[in-house]
Design a protein around this ligand. Structure first.
Ligand code: AMP
Ligand code: MG
Length: 488
């Protein structure tokens, strides 16, 4: 294994080197074969005595080449400047050369750091399972995301609303650099450190920006475009992040920091998945605009590198502008695919929006509605009962269905072929809150089997998996009363 650890070259303004706080007698909770394969680890990596992985991924030992540090960042939380934050419980383990490029490994929950503020530096089993399952589920859904290699657990008590137990998640991504890293050095008036960070990100993650006339404006635009793709992927799969603070925005446009997230059950554009978000700032339908707001915070942070005065501001705004076209375009492309449309037409947006309006009016289940849409029969007179049954206002559905059928016939769509295509973009299985809750409750009682089963289902979200029908069912009545807060 080679560990280039390039981040170290940024210098001590950017991080503090420190060691993890040991967790006694750890045990495995879960391991992701897919993530291990991404890293090129041997198939017996978790158990091989010489790798000592259980201790390494708890923070009790290191592989040769690993270095441990916590990085500093700041950020806007719920629209308000929050000052210095940083890796309060994440510990950088180094950058590893893998068959898929250089990957950063991080422990989450390995103890206090200089950036822990009032926190204990720990993560609980509950939130670790949520982060682990969703990271891997999102990757399988084709949504840009950080990954999770494993969870280890311990009996160490951790105080949240109740007493829970400690766990450590190992996260993997090409980089965990956030918008907040840039905001930190800009706000604290450290232009040299800011420039080093921007140059680092350009060199290793956006090399095409090196060759443009204005590299920092180029970087901003490239980040805006990736963020647009990420936001479109979220909206198309019904994912609500819950805490889109600028410190939770990846410079690579990856979904990062899985906390009080949720997948939509009944479609409600105003859905707020984070119980602590009283104003609904991060409600489902607001996510694309919040992402754009966050990009403005990043632009503000990059301003010192983009010249002076109005000229710099104009450059920054011009670099952000492409988001306004890129997001709706990316979303329409995804939604058209969800409807099985092969060729784009001007009226498609209206067709999509109309379906979403009807789904919202009747609180149709987001995932089930789109999955069933694949069985749509375009033959004149077909009643499409399985779809129709999802709507209370059947006549309104019939009106939409007639337009949809007509649209499909116009492009000579063949039902069976379209169904195959649609089943590759409309998942049958998503990580609904009640499914995660069941896995968590079993794990808290010492049984990790349900976490593993759920993971196996979610890593193939588009496959029929008829033996796992129950995981694709409507959520139970009690699911709507699940409250997920920032507590983790
Ligand atoms: P989050 O809301 O999880 O994105 O975290 C916001 C900030 O609080 C980050 O700087 C985290 O590192 C820090 N933080 C959250 N929970 C803890 C904890 N239990 N111990 C230390 N720092 C924490
Ligand atoms: Mg965070």
């Amino acid at each position: 294994m080679t560990w280039p650890n390039r981040f170290l070259a940024l210098g001590h303004e950017h991080y503090t080197e420190l060691t993890a706080q040991a967790l006694p007698a750890p045990h495995w909770v879960a391991t992701s074969d897919d993530c291990a394969a991404l890293l090129g680890l041997p198939s017996d990596w978790a158990e091989a005595a010489e790798l000592n992985a259980l201790q390494v991924f708890t923070g009790n030992a290191l592989w040769p080449g690993m270095k441990t540090l916590a990085s500093v960042y700041s950020g806007h939380q719920f629209g308000v400047w929050a000052g210095q934050l940083g890796d309060g419980r994440a510990l950088w383990l180094g950058e590893m050369d893998t068959p898929n490029g250089t990957m950063e490994l991080q422990l989450k929950g390995a103890g206090r750091t200089p950036y822990s503020r009032m926190g204990d530096g720990r993560a609980v089993l509950r939130s670790s399972i949520r982060e682990y399952l969703c990271s891997e589920a999102m990757a399988a859904l084709g949504v840009p995301t950080t990954r999770a290699l494993c969870i280890t657990g311990s009996s160490l008590p951790v105080r949240r609303e109740t007493i829970e137990t400690a766990a450590v998640v190992t996260r993997v991504a090409p980089s965990f650099i956030r918008f907040g890293h840039f905001e930190h050095f800009s706000h604290h008036d450290q232009p040299a450190a800011l420039k080093r960070l921007a140059d680092f990100v350009i060199e290793h993650h956006y090399p095409a920006c090196r060759d443009v006339a204005e590299p920092y404006a180029g970087l901003l635009e490239a980040v805006a475009l990736r963020t647009a793709e990420m936001a479109a992927a979220w909206q198309a799969v019904g994912f609500c992040h819950g805490v889109m603070n600028t410190d939770n925005m990846s410079i690579l446009g990856l979904t990062i920091d899985y906390g009080p997230y949720g997948f939509l059950d009944a479609f409600d554009p105003g859905h707020i998945c984070n119980h602590s978000d009283e104003q609904g700032r991060y409600a489902f339908a607001r996510q694309p605009n919040v992402a754009f707001w966050n990009l403005h915070a990043l632009a503000q942070a990059l301003l010192p590198l983009m010249g002076t005065g109005d000229e710099a501001s104009e450059r920054a705004l011009a670099a952000l502008a492409p988001y306004k076209a890129a997001f709706p375009q990316a979303l329409l492309a995804r939604m058209s695919a969800k409807l099985g449309l092969a060729q784009a037409e001007d009226s498609d947006r209206e067709l999509v929006d109309d379906l979403l309006r009807r789904m919202a009016a009747d609180r149709a289940d987001f995932t089930i509605t789109f999955r069933r849409l694949a069985q749509f029969n375009t033959a004149p007179g077909a009643d499409n009962a399985t779809m129709r049954d999802l709507f209370i206002d059947r006549e309104a559905f019939d009106t939409w269905a007639a337009r949809y059928a007509e649209r499909l016939r116009r492009e000579h769509s063949i039902d069976a072929e379209r169904a195959l295509r649609m089943n590759l973009v409309n998942p049958k299985f998503v990580l609904r809150n009640h499914l995660a809750d069941a896995a968590i409750q079993a794990a808290q009682a010492g049984d990790f089997g349900e976490t593993e089963r759920l993971m196996q289902v979610l890593r193939r979200p588009f496959d029929e998996q008829v033996e796992h029908e129950a995981y694709a069912a409507f959520p139970p009545e009690w699911a709507s009363s699940i409250e997920v807060s920032c507590s983790s």
